[in-house]
Ligand binder design. Structure first.
Ligand code: UTP
Length: 277
């Protein structure tokens, strides 16, 4: 039902410098696949084959990755290495890609608003590729699309985090509507542990309704002087319903070195099984 997925990917990735000096953070590989490809595969699995990316300076490799590489494909055609490109080829054949640039880093809310011209007036998914998610059965975005089909409102994915780590996240308060689904009553961006309304932290998966673009336009800069999606969603929650969904599966915070290494170890085990190594 939801066809479009937006990937805000304009951030500098300073935590991975110098690796990210000339290369987008989203192109960092977990084993042999860049982070962004895991994200696009998740969107595709949820039926969102119309992919929009909000990029910035130095991010051209993202566009090249989702394009055909004739020379390379010609070179390895008919060899055992051809299979290495099967997954990306499948993505290119089944998805369409469009790009826009965020010229100033004014925050995630601003990045999403920059993507408005790629989305138009329809509900859409959002994936932050540095949060790498492995769904229990369905992918996390697919689980959220199923909830959207029932309630037709904006949904944020949440996870329980240790109380002392809430300052890294947007945190929600809400009442449980059904197992793992909360009606949001409050949302705070990066609260101190004393001020946090819970330890339910928002992670990088959203389904958003297009009226949120208008709300973001009217949202002043918040925490760190950035236009925060959390603030816009808090406004939307007071006008309409916003849901938070405790997804089934696990998430690796690949925007941090620790999470990146954990994801690498996890996917290396999977890779070994697949390769029979
Ligand atoms: P982060 O807070 O992880 O920032 O952004 P970052 O710049 O990517 O990484 P560090 O902290 O410098 O290491 C969360 C997500 O929001 C996007 C980023 O690309 C990332 O996917 N984002 C953030 C934008 O696209 N534009 C912004 O202005 C801010």
């Amino acid at each position: 039902m939801i066809k479009k997925c937006l990937f805000p990917a304009a951030g500098y990735g300073t935590r991975f410098l110098p690796a990210t000096k000339a290369m987008p953070k989203e192109m960092l590989p977990i084993v042999n696949k860049p982070l962004i490809q895991y994200g696009v595969e998740e969107a595709m699995e949820a039926g969102m084959t119309n992919i929009g990316m909000v990029t910035g300076r130095g991010k051209r490799a993202l566009e090249d990755h989702f394009d055909v590489s004739y020379e390379l494909e010609h070179q390895i055609s008919g060899t055992s290495k051809e299979s290495y490109l099967a997954d990306i080829r499948n993505i290119i054949d089944n998805c369409s890609f469009s790009y826009t640039r965020q010229t100033e880093m004014k925050g995630l809310g601003h990045a999403i608003l920059t993507g408005e011209n790629l989305i138009g007036r329809e509900p859409f998914g959002v994936i932050l590729a540095d949060d790498l998610c492995v769904g229990e059965n369905d992918s996390v975005l697919m689980q959220m699309a199923n909830i959207y089909a029932k309630y037709r409102c904006s949904i944020v994915a949440i996870e329980e985090v240790p109380h002392e780590e809430v300052y890294k996240y947007g945190v929600i308060a809400g009442s449980e509507l059904e197992d793992g689904v909360y009606v949001v009553s409050d949302m705070v961006e990066k609260p101190s542990p004393e001020d946090a309304p819970s330890n339910l932290a928002i992670i990088g998966r959203y389904i958003l309704t297009p009226d949120l673009f208008d709300v973001i336009r009217d949202t002043p800069p918040g925490r760190n002087g950035e236009i925060q999606i959390t603030d816009a969603l808090q406004t939307q929650a007071t006008k309409n319903m916003v849901l938070a969904y405790r997804f089934k599966g696990q998430r690796f915070d690949c925007g941090s070195v620790e999470g990146f290494v954990k994801a690498t170890n996890y996917f290396y085990e999977r890779w070994k099984e697949k390769e029979g190594a």
